[in-house]
Write a protein that binds this ligand. Structure first.
Ligand code: COI
Length: 342
């Protein structure tokens, strides 16, 4: 460590080139052994299905430099499983889970100098990317795929860490159709929400909240992360919806909340009926971890969903609990960390 000079404590969530990424190719019905590649560019066929027909998906994971100096990746097997499920829905050749984990470990080890030092609050963000690279002009699955794992050192997604943000519901826009692709991590879900996302930002809201597309009654999720709330009577509630991404961070926080003895409810959440019952609300995901949302505006009406400044006590406790496991400061009783020799 120490060969790379970066402003580790102020990284933000920006892409920086690192030493290398990994590339594995699926051709003639099988995955190759993969290789590390220094250039951050890939030659792609102009008729690749990933470019034309959105046959691509990705994941987000983090690796940490721990208190004891070792390195670990958080819940990487869950992301391996989720990418396999996404691949199946998109008719993409799935990456075997062992290959997925091996690739992540390989790239992290090769970029050990880019893992933010312990104590800076940063992590090495891992972005696995699976794309149809076979040429195909009719709409059909490709015969060739490329699996890439890139890494980049990151800090907080939203500047200011656990500072609250304001959210907005834009009822003129939906994220995911009821029987569509909201539950998988395909790039199209993000591309399709960019327009509303930029509009929300111009209006002064860093995040937009989506309601169920069919009735605009129930809460689905934020543009890039799951919705969770702590009710005024201390329950952890999060939407049970077939159109939200199964967030690994949300799963983690739900387990920690249960470990703390809290009641955890995964169920439909009626926006209008329940929004005033919430003491704390957060967006959660690998990139943002926990971002407190202290108000949600819908149809010009601002609803208070958390303390005006800072973070509510329950979210704060959950955030520190997950970080303590990630940085090796607390016992990993659930076996969530995968160690990397580097
Ligand atoms: C993540 O939380 O890792 C994501 O993939 C969300 C976003 C940055 C696209």
């Amino acid at each position: 460590m120490g060969k790379i000079e970066l402003d580790w404590a102020n990284l933000g969530f920006a892409y920086r080139d690192t030493a290398c990424h990994a590339e594995y190719v699926f051709r003639d019905g099988k995955w190759d052994e993969g290789k590390l590649v220094e250039s951050p560019y890939i030659p792609v066929h102009i008729a690749a299905t990933g470019l034309h027909y959105g046959q691509e998906c990705f994941e987000g994971i983090k690796a940490f430099r721990r208190k004891d100096g070792r390195c670990s990746i958080f819940r990487v097997w869950e992301n391996a499983k989720r990418m396999a499920a996404t691949a199946e829905r998109l008719c993409i050749a799935p990456v075997p889970e062992e290959t997925f984990v091996e690739a992540c470990k390989r790239v992290v080890a090769a970029n050990a100098d880019y893992i933010p030092p312990y104590g800076t609050g940063g992590s090495l963000y891992i972005r696995p990317l699976l794309i149809g690279t076979g040429a195909q002009i009719g709409v059909a699955p490709a015969k060739e795929y490329t699996f890439i794992v890139l890494v980049t050192p990151v800090g907080a997604y939203y500047k200011g860490g656990l500072q609250p943000v304001k959210a907005i519901v834009l009822d003129d826009y939906d994220r995911a159709a009821p029987l569509g692709t909201g539950h998988i991590k395909c790039g199209g879900n993000y591309g399709g929400s960019l327009y509303a996302h930029e509009m929300a930002k111009r209006m002064g809201y860093p995040v937009e909240l989506y309601l169920d597309a069919k009735t605009h009654t129930f809460i689905d999720e934020f543009a890039t992360s799951n919705f969770l709330a702590i009710t005024k009577d201390g329950k952890y509630v999060t939407p049970d919806s077939t159109t939200v991404l199964p967030s690994v961070t949300n799963m983690t926080l739900m387990q920690l909340a249960k470990d703390f003895g809290m009641t955890v409810e995964r169920r439909p959440i009626d926006f209008e009926k329940e929004i005033d019952d919430f003491a704390e609300v957060a967006a959660c995901g690998t990139a943002v971890v926990v971002t407190p949302v202290n108000s949600i505006t819908r149809a010009g009406k601002e609803r208070v969903t958390g303390p005006a400044t800072g973070c509510g006590p329950v979210l704060e406790k959950l955030f520190h609990a997950v970080q303590a496991i990630q940085y090796g400061e607390a016992e990993d009783v659930h076996g969530w960390n995968e160690f990397v020799d580097c």
